[in-house]
Structures are given as structure tokens and as C-alpha cells.
Ligand binder design. Structure first.
Ligand code: 9WN
Length: 449
């Protein structure tokens, strides 16, 4: 295991090299209107990737960061949803699965208000966008004002959160639900195993995975899981992506998604105040989501927030990094913050010794140090936890994670994720959010951002 605390302090020259490397990745992955997560594995625009990318890009070009978010929201649906993928029509269909001819949103999603002139997916990803918009604005308020960035984006962000808190409050408890494992952004987390087991997989002969052309089968989700992802997406599509008509056999409240929504409402309150709009509605919403998060998803014995399976109305007893992300929420009770910090240091996550924060409990029955969201450590979740720790004044822990991100990002060639026990890079390299968040930490230093 990497003993990160024993590493010498970074030098200015090392930081400059890292900054240049991160900038290079973002420049290479820019398409002219947005940034692909990876040139090989993910050749389109992804929703939460774009938000993390904007957070880093703002340090290179505030204008480009604004465009990153604007291009995503240009594909927003009439019902307020922001699709998890916006397809680039010049990329061949076979380059990524599922492709536009699978989702068929411009026809199947018509009633729900899918754009007619753009092809997108029909599901969503975590709402990091209001936070990204506010940080992007703050990077260069003059340029933001000149381009009318926030006045144009604010109503779209409000419609997006409205969709999540109305059409997607499937449990009726004031939280938003995910209806597909791709929605929380942690595709094959063990947290979904029991819920997914209820889903009959689609026939593997009916589709061809493109991810295995670039990713190693030992790192990626299994064929069985893919069959279930396809089944859920096909059924949602056949219900017209209508949340009232769809059956939603997979429906869970995820702590990371809801923490981001609470943090997003806080960011909307800042944006509203800046624009002279009513900020109190957003602050009140943030409070309500925070209360519901604690009431519905906190598990004191587990020491983390857990996902709630809405089909059986039970908490899922698997500890994952998603349950630590609520550290990001400003109004969290102190006792819960203390408990989460203790969990970070416990044998389950060992952030005193591991590289970054493992995506799943190191001592859990499904732990796998290489397979995607079943153990590997990701840079976006580490960045969110670093930010949360700092906001709660836990600077020693925040510094440790910051150091781990900076050390590991450069050494792994800006990997998509790393083996949490060694820090060795896995998945795609030159991965955009890894580069963007590295750049953000280098540019923002250890101060509160
Ligand atoms: C499916 C793009 C996305 C990330 C997700 C990550 C992975 C896609 C895939 O890549 O998901 O959306 O094909 O595996 O799990 O978090 O947004 O980087």
C-alpha cells in the first residue's frame, strides 16, 4: 500500500509538469463544443463528466468551461431532464454502445420532450451542474456577465432540479430516485446487485458491447450485468421515457446523487442571489433534501449513508464511496461528520493508507480491486470528499486526499480509476475528469473554494 503521508512535499516544478499534462489532456479531448471523457472508450458528451470537466476547464478558459455546460443543456428535454449522453453525430454508431439507434430518443422520447434535432440517451446522471456553473462563473465573473452565462443557464438548472424532485421522487420522501445503474454514475457498484438480480437480462445475441474493444474484460462490468442494463433501458424506452408510465423495477435513492442535489440547491441559492432572484426557495430545498437524506439514508451502525431500494423499501447493506459523498453537504449534523471521518480511516476505506478512496468497502464480500465500481478508486469521488472535508474544517484529512489525487493522477497518466491498494492506473488513460480535477486542485490550492 502507498504510504502517502511519507511522500515528500510537492515541488513547484512537479506541479508545473502536472498542470501542463492535465491541460494537454483537456485540450486533446475538446471537440469544438464540449469535451469527450476519453477519446477511445467514451467518444460522446457525458453529463456529470461535463460538469467535472468545466470545474477544471475554468482555470484554462472560463469561456470554454461555460460552453461545456451550455452545449450539454442545449440537449435538455422539455420535461427538464438532462440526458446522461449527448451523442456526437459525426461519430460512427459502432464506436459506443448503446448508440443513438438504441435509445431513439428523438422519436421514442417525443412525448417527454426529447430534442428532435439531437440524439441523446433517455436516462440521467448526478446533478453536479449547478455547482459547476457557480464555480465556472466565479472563475471569471466579467466574462460570465458579458456572455450572460448565468441568466441563460439558471432557468435550465432550476428545471433540471425540478424534474429530479418531482417526476423522480418515486419514494415520495423528498429525495430523487435513480432508475438505471448508469444513472448514479457508478454502474456496477455492489449496491445494485440485489436490485439488479430481479431484472431478466436481455439476450446477449441482441447487442454488441463496444467497451470491450478498448477496456479490459477484467476491469469492466460483466456480460450478465450488461444484459440487465440493456433490459432496463429498453423497457424505459418502450414506455416513452415517461416516469408515470414506466414500471421502474430498479428504483433506488442514492446518497451521492442526493447529496449532490442538496449541494446543487445551495449553489442555485448563490446563483439566484447574484441574479437578484429569490434565493430562499433554494436554501429551503437544500435544507429539506438534507433532512430527508439523514432521515431516509443514514445508518449509524454502518457509519455511512446507504442506498434505499424503493421496490422493497429497505436500506441496501453495502458500504460504498457514495455513502461518504454527503460530506459535501454543508448542513450535515456534526455527529454524522465525525462518524463519516472515522469510517474513512476504518478498515473499510483505509484512507490513511490507500490511494484515494476505494469505491467499495475493502472488507466487503463483493470487493474487487480492479473491476470498475466494485473497489477501484476514482478521482471525482475523491475530489468531492476532499471538498466536503475541507468545508467541514477537516483539513488534515482533506490534505491527505488532495496529495493522493495529485500524486496518483500524474503517475497513472490521468487514469480513469486506480487500484486502491497500489495506486496503479486502470481503465482509460488521458481521462478528462481526472485531468480537470487535478487542475482544479492545483489552481485552488488548499484554501476553501
Ligand atoms: C455509462 C463516462 C462514463 C461515466 C460513468 C462511468 C462510465 C458509462 C460506461 O463512463 O459509464 O454511462 O459505458 O461504462 O461509470 O460514471 O460518466 O466517463
Amino acid at each position: 500500500m502507498t504510504a502517502l503521508l511519507e511522500h515528500p512535499a510537492r515541488t513547484a516544478a512537479a506541479d508545473l509538469t502536472l498542470r501542463r499534462g492535465a491541460a494537454r489532456v483537456l485540450l486533446d479531448n475538446w471537440t469544438g463544443t464540449s469535451t469527450v471523457p476519453s477519446r477511445t472508450l467514451y467518444p460522446h458528451q457525458w453529463s456529470w463528466d461535463s460538469a467535472f470537466i468545466a470545474i477544471g476547464l475554468r482555470h484554462l478558459s472560463a469561456r470554454r468551461a461555460q460552453r461545456e455546460l451550455e452545449s450539454l443543456f442545449a440537449a435538455q428535454w422539455g420535461d427538464g431532464r438532462v440526458p446522461h449522453i449527448v451523442f456526437n453525430s459525426s461519430v460512427p454508431d459502432g464506436a459506443y454502445f448503446p448508440s443513438p439507434d438504441f435509445w431513439r430518443t428523438s422519436t421514442a422520447g417525443r412525448e417527454a420532450g426529447a430534442p428532435r434535432a439531437r440524439e441523446t440517451s433517455g436516462i440521467v446522471q448526478p446533478p453536479v451542474h449547478a455547482l459547476a456553473a457557480w464555480l465556472t462563473h466565479r472563475a471569471n465573473p466579467r466574462e460570465s456577465r458579458r456572455r450572460g452565462f448565468l441568466p441563460r443557464l439558471y432557468p435550465k438548472l432550476v428545471a433540471w432540479h425540478d424534474y429530479l424532485l418531482t417526476a423522480r421522487d418515486l419514494g415520495g420522501g423528498g429525495l430523487t430516485a435513480v432508475v438505471h445503474p448508469w444513472e448514479p454514475g457508478m454502474d456496477n457498484s455492489p449496491c445494485w446487485d440485489a436490485s439488479l438480480a430481479r431484472v431478466t437480462p436481455a439476450d446477449p445475441a441482441g447487442f454488441r458491447r463496444a467497451d470491450l474493444d478498448h477496456g479490459h474484460p477484467a476491469d469492466r462490468p460483466t456480460d450478465l450485468d450488461y444484459g440487465r442494463y440493456v433490459r432496463l433501458a429498453v423497457d424505459y424506452r418502450d414506455a416513452g421515457y415517461d416516469d408515470r408510465a414506466a414500471r421502474h423495477p430498479f428504483a433506488l435513492e442514492d446518497p451521492c446523487v442526493n447529496a449532490l442535489l442538496a449541494a446543487g440547491e445551495r449553489a442555485l441559492a448563490e446563483i439566484a442571489a447574484y441574479l437578484g432572484e429569490d434565493a430562499t426557495v433554494h436554501a429551503a430545498r437544500a435544507d429539506r433534501i438534507t433532512e430527508a437524506l439523514v432521515a431516509r439514508l443514514w445508518d449509524d451502525e454502518a457509519g455511512v449513508f446507504l442506498a434505499r431500494d424503493l421496490v422493497g423499501d429497505t436500506l441496501v447493506g453495502e458500504r460504498s464511496v457514495a455513502g461518504l459523498v454527503p460530506l459535501l453537504v454543508p448542513g450535515l449534523p456534526d455527529a454524522i461528520v465525525d462518524r463519516l471521518v472515522a469510517t474513512l480511516d476504518s478498515p473499510a476505506f483505509r484512507t490513511d493508507r490507500t490511494a484515494l478512496v476505494p469505491s467499495y468497502d475493502l472488507t466487503g464480500p463483493a470487493f474487487d480491486r480492479t473491476r470498475y465500481w466494485r473497489g477501484p478508486a476514482w478521482f471525482n469521488t475523491a475530489w468531492l470528499i476532499e471538498r466536503g472535508l475541507r468545508a467541514h474544517g477537516r483539513h488534515r484529512h482533506a490534505n491527505r486526499i488532495r496529495t493522493a489525487i495529485l500524486e496518483t493522477a500524474g503517475a497513472s497518466g490521468f487514469a480513469e480509476y486506480v487500484d486502491p491498494t497500489t495506486g496503479e492506473g486502470r481503465g482509460a488513460r488521458a481521462f478528462s475528469w481526472t485531468a480537470a480535477l487535478t487542475l482544479d486542485l492545483l489552481s485552488s490550492g488548499e484554501d476553501h473554494r
